[in-house]
Design a protein around this ligand. Structure first.
Ligand SMILES: Nc1nc2c(ncn2[C@@H]2O[C@H](COP(=O)(O)OP(=O)(O)O)[C@@H](O)[C@H]2O)c(=O)[nH]1
Ligand SMILES: *[C@@H]1O[C@H](CO)[C@@H](O)[C@H](O)[C@H]1NC(C)=O
Ligand SMILES: [Mg+2]
Length: 425
């Protein structure tokens, strides 16, 4: 445990915030943490007397991001640390992009996705769309794509060092593991490139030089489509409401791909409890008070996030910790559970945003509003019997249940609780 030093440090604020915050919920019952908290409590009684003027400031300024994170964010105007709106950028939509990792061989799917997405969203807002590839894009790919993107396209070659093994990995052990996974018929179990991709999406893409001024990004994969009109500017909504992470579908991971991810994550937070958010989303990922992972994860093929989250000390240390354990290669850790566990533990739950009723489709799962009136208003072209979002195997209901949120499934609820969805219909 880090000793508490004199003077102000945002890190300490988080600890105070956790113990004194009226919203405090200790969601994950870990004996060690409890004892730690008790000892700290005694020390705090003394500290409070001395530091009481700071407590108010701390409670209002508590966040997972430190001043350093902000200063490192070149290109973005630095904002006043200590204000609740520290995530709000003054730089506007110029820092928000659509982002796709794609192979040249996926051009046909890519074109289909671009054409549909321009119809349902981007022809209204004209965000730039950037494409990343571990190989050089072909001229044909660049031409076909550029001519279809309304906000301008950019093509980025992922440097080799971001698409390979880190130094600590024993390649023979990794190869043996892939062999084993292949025999067990785990999806992508045999694939080396899939693991590079998962590691890249987990901890590297936001470090690309080209992305240094990007604030919000929306991940879109070739082949996906949105079968409803997206009627509000999701980036602007997130920006104005201090949302840091948005998802739509959520489901359970194949446990064979992540046998040790949960324990590794718990280990990390035991060593770094200062990175736990006060009112977090931990209940979404565990059904037994933290003993085990319920495997629920945001399906990260759709994802909108403020990259300041990934660039924060908290996330960066977490990724480094995971990378050192080698699970991206000795197991087959996906970026979806990694992002989900980080967002669920490190972010205040009210900075998460569920993007409802988009008709999102990524094989084999479809979102399709179950209410006919909702489908009509949003001009959906999908089959509600195929809806996975509210299916019993989906984890979305759990997110709404553990957080006591009203569901965005009827027009009445949309009007009352989520009026922005109907604003431009
Ligand atoms: N450039 C490149 N992109 C890849 C590679 N493997 C996967 N991707 C991209 O990474 C994303 C996830 O891969 P995908 O095959 O869709 O995995 P799934 O969604 O888990 O079935 C998609 O955007 C793919 O286009 C690769 O080897 N090279
Ligand atoms: C994870 O930790 C729990 C509790 O310490 C233990 O019972 C379990 O066997 C561990 N699982 C793995 C896969 O290491
Ligand atoms: Mg995919």
């Amino acid at each position: 445990m880090k000793e508490q030093a004199n003077g102000f440090n945002p890190e300490h604020c988080r600890v105070y915030g956790k113990l004194f915050g009226p919203m405090n919920r200790v969601l994950v019952n870990l004996g060690g943490w409890r004892r730690l908290a008790h000892r700290r409590y005694l020390r705090l009684l003394v500290a409070v007397a001395i530091l009481s003027p700071l407590i108010f400031y701390c409670l209002h300024g508590s966040s997972i991001l430190s001043e350093n994170d902000l200063n490192e964010n070149q290109g973005l105007q630095s904002v006043d640390v200590g204000r609740p709106k520290i995530y709000e950028s003054t730089s506007g939509k110029g820092n928000d992009i659509l982002l796709t990792l794609v192979r040249n061989s996926e051009l046909i799917d890519m074109i289909d996705t671009i054409e549909r997405f321009e119809r349902s969203f981007n022809s209204k807002y004209h965000y730039q769309w950037w494409f990343m590839n571990d190989e050089e894009f072909t001229e044909k790919f660049k031409e076909e794509v550029s001519s279809r993107v309304s906000g301008g396209a950019r093509f980025i070659k992922v440097p080799g060092e971001m698409w390979t093994y880190p130094a600590n990995i024993d390649k023979e052990k990794a190869a043996a593991s892939r062999e084993d996974y292949s025999k067990k018929k785990v999806m992508y179990g045999e694939s080396e490139s899939y693991r590079f991709m998962c590691r890249f999406n987990s901890g590297l893409f936001y470090k690309l030089n080209e992305l240094r001024d990007v604030e919000y990004y929306w991940r879109i994969e070739p082949g996906v489509h949105f079968d409803c009109g997206i009627t509000y500017d999701v980036f602007q909504y997130m920006r104005q409401n201090n949302k840091l992470y948005a998802f739509n579908m959520a489901l359970q991971e194949d446990v064979r791909t992540i046998p040790s991810l949960w324990n590794t994550t718990i280990e990390f937070f035991k060593k770094n409890p200062q990175y736990l958010a006060d009112k977090n989303n931990a209940e979404f990922v565990t059904d037994d008070g933290g003993s085990s992972y319920n495997l629920c994860h945001f399906w990260s093929n759709f994802e909108i996030a403020n990259l300041r989250f990934y660039r924060s000390d908290a996330y960066d240390k977490y990724f480094q910790y995971l990378d050192d354990k080698g699970g991206f290669f000795y197991e087959r850790w996906g970026d979806a559970p990694v992002h989900t566990l980080a967002a669920s533990f490190m972010l205040p739950v009210d900075s998460l945003h569920f993007v409802a009723n988009t008709g999102y489709m990524h094989n084999p799962n479809q979102d399709c509003p179950v209410d006919e009136e909702v489908r009509d208003i949003l001009h959906c072209d999908c089959n509600p019997r195929k809806d996975f979002t509210w299916h019993k195997w989906s984890c979305v209901s759990k997110f709404f249940d553990v957080n006591n949120y009203p569901r965005p499934t009827s027009v009445a609820n949309l009007k009352e609780y989520y009026p922005y969805v109907l604003e431009n219909t």
